[in-house]
Write a new protein. Structure first.
Length: 103
């Protein structure tokens, strides 16, 4: 697996609503995930070591997301209480924080 230095957003995935797993591990230039907002079948998302990630707004309403890894994605806002979420309850709690920050 190689590093991805050029990917800055995932807007091109907006029209792929049947995605279930996505791994952006070490995409060092990825700044936003807003393009995932309509990917309602997404269950697992890895954004580990995406140091340029600035917000997680696009994840707020993904009701099937059960696993979310934001380990070493230090610039993301809001900052999660737990970097690696492995249950629907943990992800849902973080999604509520995202919704509060958007208002």
């Amino acid at each position: 697996m190689g590093l991805c230095f050029a990917l800055q957003d995932v807007d091109g995935l907006a029209n792929l609503p049947n995605l279930t797993f996505l791994y952006f591990d070490q995409c060092t230039s990825l700044k936003n995930v807003n393009g995932l907002a309509n990917c309602n079948t997404l269950t697992r998302l890895n954004l580990k070591m995406c140091g340029a990630l600035q917000n997680a707004d696009g994840l707020a309403n993904l009701s099937n997301l059960i696993s979310l890894d934001l380990h070493d994605s230090g610039k993301v806002h809001p900052k999660p209480a737990k970097d690696e979420m492995t249950t629907r309850e943990e992800v849902a709690a973080y999604q509520e924080e995202i919704k509060k920050s958007i208002k």
